[in-house]
Design a protein around this ligand. Structure first.
Ligand code: ADP
Ligand code: MG
Length: 267
């Protein structure tokens, strides 16, 4: 079930925000992605679904500019990621929230949030910020939107897992990249918290010209928060459908688990 995907309704004139063109990525023992193509338009919220090892993290790392493809090309906001981009350019184009969050636990929250500005600030101001937080108010505003402004001076390691996740999202918020990437943002949180986190993440892409790509495992959350679902397995795109069409049956077929909708705890 392969289907081409156009821009969301009302965005027919928009040019693509990200283009993944026949990208192949090989590790010493395995081909993680095999000739994958994907076009992402502003305003889209794309869920990458599929079994472990399918290539989701590799695709997100390529889109973040951290990994380079062996073949094919990736373009974000009209710029090829293989070009020698400055840190400043790259940080305004893409931001990634890793599964392990990558916060510095021994630092106060404000520093971890402002790390999202480092790409824009350059070395000196970033360094200075570790002593005197630069743009404290910007960090405060982002934390306020996350509902944890009272934690701004707290040591990050003292926060709960869910609060730390909000700090990572606040960091992405002050970075304000066009393309927000998140690797399994809700895999380690309870269902209630998952709703909150996805609400916050999708709010990052509400301002114009932005898009979200996140790896996900839960069909009902994909249907609720995303506009599009891309199934990846064995490094290939198996389907590319509107998120509303991602039923548990389609997902389990992708995972090759072979059970029925009615066997699942969610629908
Ligand atoms: P997913 O995120 O969907 O679980 P990954 O992108 O992490 O998939 O992995 C795709 C494939 O690439 C897997 O077979 C995995 O074992 C392999 N792989 C991922 N990262 C590395 C690496 N750094 N070195 C070697 N193999 C890797
Ligand atoms: Mg992964």
């Amino acid at each position: 079930m392969q289907r081409g995907h156009g821009p969301a309704v009302g965005l027919l004139d928009a040019s693509p925000l990200a283009v993944v063109d026949q990208v192949t990525k090989t590790y010493p023992r395995v081909t993680a992605l095999s000739s994958v193509s994907l076009t992402i338009y502003p305003g889209e919220r794309v869920a990458l679904v599929g079994p472990s090892g399918g290539g989701k993290t590799t695709l997100l790392s390529l889109l973040s500019g951290v990994l380079q493809p062996d073949a094919g090309s990736l373009t974000v906001a009209g710029k090829t990621l293989a070009q020698k981009l400055s840190r400043r350019e790259l940080s305004s184009m893409v931001g990634i929230i890793h599964q392990q969050l990558d916060l510095v636990p021994q630092l106060p929250v404000v520093h971890n949030v402002l790390a999202g500005r480092f790409g824009q600030w350059g070395m000196f101001r970033s360094f200075l910020s570790m002593v005197w937080p630069q743009d404290y108010n910007m960090a405060a505003r982002a934390l306020q939107q996350m509902g944890i402004e009272d934690k701004i001076r707290e040591r990050t390691s003292h926060l709960s897992g869910g609060e730390q996740q909000r700090v990572a999202i606040a960091r992405a918020m002050v970075q304000a990249p066009r393309l927000v990437l998140a690797d399994e943002p809700v895999s380690s949180v309870d269902p209630g918290r998952a709703q909150e986190i996805l609400q916050l993440l999708t709010s990052l892409t509400e301002s114009q010209g932005r898009a979200l790509v996140a790896s996900m495992h839960t069909p009902y959350l994909v249907r609720q928060f995303f506009s599009r679902a891309v199934g990846l397995r064995d490094g290939q795109v198996q389907f590319d459908i509107p998120a509303s069409e991602l039923t548990p049956a389609i997902q389990s077929e992708l995972y090759s688990l072979g059970y029925q909708d009615s066997d699942l705890p969610w629908h």
